[in-house]
Design a protein around this ligand. Structure first.
Ligand SMILES: C[S@@+](CC[C@H](N)C(=O)[O-])C[C@H]1O[C@@H](n2cnc3c(N)ncnc32)[C@H](O)[C@@H]1O
Length: 355
C-alpha cells in the first residue's frame, strides 16, 4: 500500500477521484487536508500508480508524490527540526546520489477556494515560510539543490481539521506529472493579463501532443483582450488577428503584428477571411456556445490547423456540459487533448486539430 498526495484544482474533487479510479480501481480517498490537495491510498508502488500518466497526461491531476512520511507539527519554529529529523531518518536513504535534487515545500490552509491559483492560502501565523522549510531541508540533505531537479523532495504542510500536518516524499520529477510543486510552473514573464500563463502552460503541456506555434503563421485569437494570449502568440512569431469588443493593452494594440477587431466574435465570423493556421479562444461564454463558435470559424482555418481553447465550466453538470461541447466540436475538429491546467480556474483547456 502506498499513500499518494494528489494536487488538483479546488472544487474538482469528484472529477479527480473519477480519473484516478478509472485507472486504479482499488484507489481509496483517505482525506483532503486542504482544497486542491487529496490523499489517496493505493495497493502497489508509487511507480505503478504514476506509470499510466507518464505515457498520457491526465486531465485533472496536476501533481502527485508519495507520502512516505506523515508528521504532526506544532506550528512552532521547532517544526523545522522535526522535518529535518524525519527527513534524515526516513527519506535521506531514498535520495539517489548524483541525481540533481529539488526541494518543493507547499504550505496550504484549510480555507475554501484560493485567491489566485499560484498562491494557495497558507496557514496563518506560521513562524516559517515555504522558503524557510526549503532551506532547513536543504541543510539536512547536505547537497546542492537545483530547481526543479530530477528527483524531488516534496512537502505539503496543511492546516487540516486534525491539526497541522506535513506529508513528505521523494520521487523522480518524471513520475510526478509536473516537475513543479503542485503543478505550478513559476512563469515570471511580464504579461498584459494573468491569462497569458494559461497559454504558456498549454504550450508546455501540449508540446508533446503536437502543439507547435511556428513563426510566420497566421493566428486568430478570439476573446483576446487585454492581450495575454495575443502576446504569447507574438512571442512565437505569429501574426495575430485579435477579436474582442473590449480594449486591448496599449502595447499589444500598438504591435504592427496585431490587428485588433473590436467586435464580438459572433459578429466577426460573418466577415472573417482566412485561411488561419492557428485559432485560440478564451472567450468567457457558456462552454457549448463557445464550442459552436469554434465550429462556425472552422471554414476560416486551414485543414490541420491547430486550436487551443478554454471551456468554461460551472459547478454543476460539468461532465455533461463537457461531453456535449465535445460532440459539437467534433463536427469540425479532432480533440487531441484535454487538460485542466494549473492556471485554469473553473475551466479546462483543449488542444484541437481542424479535421
Ligand atoms: C478571460 S478574458 C480573455 C483573456 C485573454 N485571453 C488574455 O490573455 O488577455 C475573456 C474575454 O472574452 C471576451 N468576450 C466575451 N464575450 C465575447 C464575445 N462574444 N466575443 C469576443 N470576445 C468576448 C471578454 O471581453 C474578455 O476580454
Amino acid at each position: 500500500m502506498v499513500e499518494v498526495v494528489v494536487s488538483h484544482s479546488p472544487g474538482f474533487d469528484d472529477l479527480v477521484l473519477n480519473e484516478i479510479t478509472r485507472t486504479h480501481a482499488q484507489a481509496a480517498h483517505t482525506g483532503s487536508p486542504a482544497p486542491g490537495v487529496m490523499l489517496v491510498s493505493v495497493p502497489g508502488s508509487f511507480n505503478a500508480f504514476a506509470r499510466p500518466w507518464q505515457d498520457a497526461l491526465p486531465i485533472y491531476l496536476h501533481h502527485i508524490f508519495p507520502a512516505q512520511v506523515c508528521l504532526r507539527l506544532a506550528g512552532t519554529p521547532d517544526d523545522l527540526r522535526l522535518l529535518q529529523d524525519a527527513f534524515r531518518a526516513d527519506l535521506a536513504p531514498l535520495i539517489r546520489p548524483g541525481l540533481p535534487l529539488g526541494i518543493q515545500p507547499r504550505l496550504v490552509a484549510d480555507a475554501h477556494g484560493r485567491a489566485v491559483p499560484d498562491a494557495p492560502p497558507a496557514p496563518q501565523d506560521l513562524p516559517y515560510t515555504a522558503d524557510g522549510v526549503r532551506r532547513a531541508l536543504a541543510r539536512a540533505a547536505n547537497q546542492r539543490i537545483t530547481q526543479p531537479g530530477e528527483q524531488i523532495l516534496c512537502v505539503v504542510i496543511a492546516e487540516a481539521q486534525e491539526g497541522l500536518t506535513a506529508h513528505m516524499g521523494v520521487s523522480l520529477a518524471a513520475q510526478n506529472i509536473s516537475a513543479w510543486a503542485g503543478g505550478a510552473v513559476p512563469y515570471r514573464q511580464a504579461v498584459p493579463s494573468r491569462a497569458a500563463y494559461k497559454l504558456y502552460e498549454a504550450v508546455d503541456a501540449f508540446g508533446p501532443y503536437g502543439l507547435a506555434l511556428e513563426p510566420g503563421r497566421q493566428a486568430l485569437d478570439l476573446g483576446a483582450a487585454p492581450g495575454g494570449w495575443t502576446r504569447v502568440l507574438r512571442e512565437h512569431g505569429l501574426t495575430v488577428t485579435a477579436v474582442d469588443a473590449a480594449e486591448m493593452d496599449p502595447a499589444v494594440a500598438a504591435d504592427p503584428g496585431v490587428a485588433h477587431i473590436q467586435l464580438p466574435a459572433e459578429v466577426y465570423v460573418e466577415r472573417v477571411r482566412g485561411p488561419y493556421d492557428v485559432i485560440t479562444n478564451d472567450i468567457i461564454i457558456d462552454a457549448q456556445d463557445s464550442a459552436r463558435l469554434m465550429v462556425d470559424y472552422a471554414d476560416a482555418l486551414r485543414q490541420g490547423a491547430t486550436g487551443v481553447m478554454t471551456l468554461k465550466l460551472r459547478a454543476h453538470n460539468r461532465r455533461r456540459v463537457m461531453d456535449h461541447s465535445f460532440r459539437l466540436l467534433r463536427k469540425a475538429y479532432h480533440i487531441v487533448r484535454v487538460r485542466q491546467l494549473y492556471y485554469n480556474r473553473s475551466e479546462v483547456t483543449l488542444l484541437l486539430r481542424r479535421s
